[in-house]
Design a protein around this ligand. Sequence first.
Ligand code: HEC
Length: 126
Amino acid sequence: MMSKFAKATRLIILVAGVALAGCQARAPQASPAELAAKAVALAPGDVRLADLYAHACKACHAVAGSGAPLAGDRAAWAPRAAKGMSGLMGSVVGGYKGMPAGGQCFSCTPADYQALVRFMADQPVN
Ligand code: HEC
């Protein structure tokens, strides 16, 4: 028969285990406020791209509630990334719903657009 001490110890281990499992399950999920703060803080590492981004895409893609998928919000970008780079380039160049044609970037090359999409999506886009 188990002692009271052993029972209590098992209970504590069980409770701690459940609590830890809960933390692990929640950890990758950033709150909307955290995602918004992250989007505002993010900038491409490359100087030219950072300049293009700051003067164009950032006006919407770092503004929560703009309808634009936020920079660094991988979950929001996942279904976009699934369209593939050629599909997304069609949206960037031609416009797509609230996304204006060219993304208000007048000196972006096709390579710039692709790099900006990969930066904002924060995941491979092929
Ligand atoms: C005036 C606001 C605005 C600017 C500036 C802007 N975007 Fe967007 N963008 C949007 C909105 C809004 C959407 C979401 C459209 C929708 O799905 O309803 C979007 C969506 C996108 C998408 C996903 C399109 C799709 O097919 O799902 C890409 C890629 C994108 N933007 C790239 C860019 C890039 C690159 C820049 C800068 C060169 C940029 N955007 C600048 C508002 C903007």
